[in-house]
Design a protein around this ligand. Sequence first.
Ligand code: SAH
Length: 349
Amino acid sequence: MEKRTDIKSLSLEELTQELTGLGEKAFRAKQLYEWMHVKLARGFDEMTNLSKGFREKCRELYAYTALQAVRVQESRLDGTRKFLFELWDGNVVESVWMRYKHGNSVCISSQVGCRMGCSFCASTLDGLERNLLPSEMLDQIYAVTLLTGERVSNVVVMGTGEPLDNYENLLKFIRLLTDEYGLHISQRNVTVSTCGIVPGMRRLADEGLQITLALSLHAVTDEKRRKLMPVAKSYSIRELMEACAYYFKQTGRRITFEYSLVGGVNDTDEDAAGLAALAGPLHCHVNLIPVNPIKERDYVRSESARIRAFQDKLEKYKINNTIRREMGRDIDGACGQLRRRHVKTLETP
Ligand code: SAH
């Protein structure tokens, strides 16, 4: 296990303290921080305006994370790219780069694996391996920026993992990502998606951030939700809605509800009416996601006529909604599939 301090996870203030503690001038911290978070250096060697002696000292004292792309898949349909990155300990995570009219968006992972156990999701099938460090979340964006040669303007924490199950690291990551001396991505362009860990949602509401919170709802009764998502056994829909109201009150930011449509499971008109009743009072945006079937489960996506009828019902109740445009369908669409395939291939001799 790596024992050295993970330098890329330090705030500018912490880095300044660290380096002045070594007898360095404060401006060295600013230079180093800029190399890491603006120039996206992949190691101390690249930091050519720092003396060789100082770089040598840094190499001894600090761990410097950088991801290796082990696989890149590009969609022929829409140019979406999916990256499989190897971490320093050999674990792999996936990130997705999408090009939209309003800018480039990266979907990142927050954990290696996941322990939430949602029944339709591939990322959770092997449980949680470990949390990602703040630096390892940043690195996904930095690596994608370097590999595409284009600036990232939107970040969604919607890949593998439950971000609120890795709360401290997530918060450090958001502060570094949106820091004016770093990449300086606007907080409003950062979305965190949660399966609904109520204490985490409430805590996030009090952080003074302007990020968007997305709640993976997927069912409008506790009974149905518990069948799809084990986390629903710990928090009721009522508690979730109260936490959403609190988030809105504290931040003024509207919540997005994510709702994966599963054929014959949660896609009736009654489900739509229930969803409208929850979303309406909170002024939520609803994002409908036709479920991506995974081979380990027998869920199917709703028929397209059913999806349209579901959407019509939401429209009738004046609920702001979108059907998630599918991107990269030809390149292992559903979350966690690419990583899983890779890990399984390595396991089979
Ligand atoms: N743990 C977080 C973020 C990761 S999942 C969360 O639960 O929100 C990102 C979104 O994709 C969630 O809404 C999740 O429920 C959904 N999802 C996962 N697997 C899916 C699949 N096979 N088909 C459709 N949506 C899926």
